[in-house]
Design a protein around this ligand. Structure first.
Ligand code: BYC
Length: 475
């Protein structure tokens, strides 16, 4: 079943109408979700018509439907990738057993915890981004922000479906709690660190969608391998949505870099003060933002040594990135992996049991993938004939989670004294002045085809539409 039934109150491709108890439970949750969206969703734009993409089927081609929609009327629902009847568990102690269609009793608590942690990030990101619509650099960008927001809302639906369908009363309570926690709230924060940070400006937004949504990609890929088939199928479908979010980040940053390089060449200067006076973001400031978002995001992979990670893998709940494509025994009992530790003021590698290092394995896969995009940004600088290079900082830089937490390590990977950290921090992480400068550039550009001074136009519009298309009709 891949076609999505939009005639139902809750669009779905899981035959919801035949499961009356679940339907009732979700119909009870739906107005609470809408209350949350109205309170915490995009500010001041709920009555505007947005040119949005809506999934019409769960097949990879099922994305063709674009139309104007008011965000509160977006058809959030439950879409799973098609079931593969012969699917088997592809790793851990249950290797080769048929994939589970129900929750194995002994794994219930861990599975619920994974689903809740994943689900919590989705509304968190909408909360973090809720003021950005007021300062969008163009209608094209505004529309992309809202597309990302409604899809994060749907990702919450995906996890809430699993909680309601498979976890009874506990699941219903967790689904409620997902609407109660708030990003950055001291008393009821979101679960993971990066989701309590602010996304106050569009440079942060593009960094977030490039780096933090990429954590989403890797975590979802690991969950798409799960032996619990409904989780695998729902995360597979979520991944088709995630790709656009990372495109928004990568292309947004490319366009900022392009604009800065153009002005650097026009004015024949790399002086940050002169570039700021010309209203563009100097490359060292971009590098500091990159250092911040990268380090906060790699913390999302958890501690480098984690018995939780070993348990999730052994029990077949969470696999590795591209698990089924890997050529090993998929049990990993005798294998080791190198993690970093600080000894005598230096970072050294130590070999630990691979099963305990699976967070680090996923983090390293993420790092490889992120570096590729940074290379593409450097090509923009190259093509402009400029010598500057952006790079990701060392993975021990600015860490808060795991064995490297709290160490003072420079972006180049040197362990430094606290004094040296204090002296150089302003070169390595965004300063209050950097943030104030970036904030000073933000202001809504709402005329079709116009772009703020600090960002170049994209190469193409959305769905073959021209750049001066009315992507948002304000209401
Ligand atoms: N902040 O043994 P450890 C996305 C906690 S993003 C705060 O390493 P584990 C998206 C940890 O909970 C993808 N706390 O933990 C992107 C544990 O707490 P307890 C989200 C943290 O379980 C953009 C303790 O520290 N999906 O989709 O191995 C927009 C010990 O740590 C953090 C997932 O993350 C942190 N960063 O690993 C929208 C997948 N890290 O039990 C959406 C599901 C760790 O001692 N989650 N802790 O109280 C998981 O697989 C795991 O929970 C984690 C943590 C990999 C996150």
């Amino acid at each position: 079943m891949t076609a999505i039934d939009y005639t139902e109150k809750i669009p779905n491709n899981v035959g919801l109408g035949e499961d009356k108890a679940l339907q009732r439970a979700l119909e009870h949750w739906q107005p609470r979700y809408l209350d949350w969206w109205n309170d915490m969703g995009p500010e001041g734009s709920q009555r505007s018509d947005i040119y949005l993409r809506t999934a019409v089927s769960a097949s990879p081609q099922g994305w063709a439907h674009f139309d104007y929609v008011r965000m509160p009327d977006y058809r959030w629902g439950i879409f799973l990738s098609p079931r593969e009847p012969s699917r088997r568990v592809s790793f851990g102690e249950h290797l080769d057993e048929p994939a589970w269609q129900d929750v194995p009793g002994e794994y219930r608590a861990n599975l619920r915890r994974i689903i809740v942690t994943q689900g919590d990030t989705e509304p968190a990101s909408v909360e973090q981004q809720r003021h950005l619509g007021l300062t969008a650099p163009s209608l094209y960008d505004l529309r992309n922000l809202f597309q990302v927001n409604v899809e994060e809302g749907r990702h919450l639906w995906a996890m809430v479906y699993l909680l309601h369908k498979f976890f009874g009363r506990d699941g219903r309570e967790e689904a409620e709690a997902l609407l109660q926690r708030r990003s950055g709230d001291e008393n009821k924060p979101r679960i993971l660190g990066a989701f309590n940070e602010k996304t106050p400006d569009w440079l942060s937004f593009f960094m977030f969608t490039y780096f933090t949504d990429r954590d989403g990609k890797f975590q979802l890929c690991a969950l798409a391998e799960s032996g619990f088939d409904p989780l695998a199928r729902t995360t597979r479908f979520m991944l088709t949505e995630e790709a656009h979010h990372m495109f928004v980040g990568e292309s947004g940053l490319s366009r900022i870099i392009q604009r800065t390089c153009d002005v650097m060449n026009d004015l024949a200067t790399d002086d940050p003060d002169k570039l700021r006076a010309a209203g563009v973001i100097d490359l060292p400031t971009l590098q500091r933002y990159l250092n911040f978002h990268y380090s906060v995001t790699i913390d999302l992979f958890g501690a480098d040594e984690s018995s939780n990670a070993a348990t999730f893998f052994n029990s077949g709940l969470k696999g590795r990135f591209k698990e089924t494509k890997r050529q090993d025994d998929h049990k990993l009992r005798d294998r080791t992996y190198a993690v970093l530790a600080a000894t005598d003021g230096r970072l050294v590698e130590k070999e630990v049991a691979m099963l305990n290092a699976l967070n680090e394995v996923l983090r390293d896969d993420f790092i490889e993938d992120s570096i590729a995009g940074v290379g593409r940004w450097n090509r923009v600088i190259d093509r402009a004939g400029l010598p500057y290079r952006l790079c990701v900082p060392h993975k021990a830089f600015n860490r808060r989670i795991g064995a490297l937490a709290g160490l003072s390590v420079s972006p180049a990977g040197q362990v430094v004294s606290e004094l040296a950290w204090a002296q150089h921090q302003h070169e390595w992480l965004p300063t209050p002045e950097d943030r104030a400068f970036v904030a000073s550039l933000m202001g809504r550009v709402a005329e079709p085809g116009k772009f703020a001074n600090w960002i170049a136009p994209p190469k193409h519009g959305v769905n073959g539409k021209p750049l001066d298309f009315q992507y948002v009709r304000f209401g």
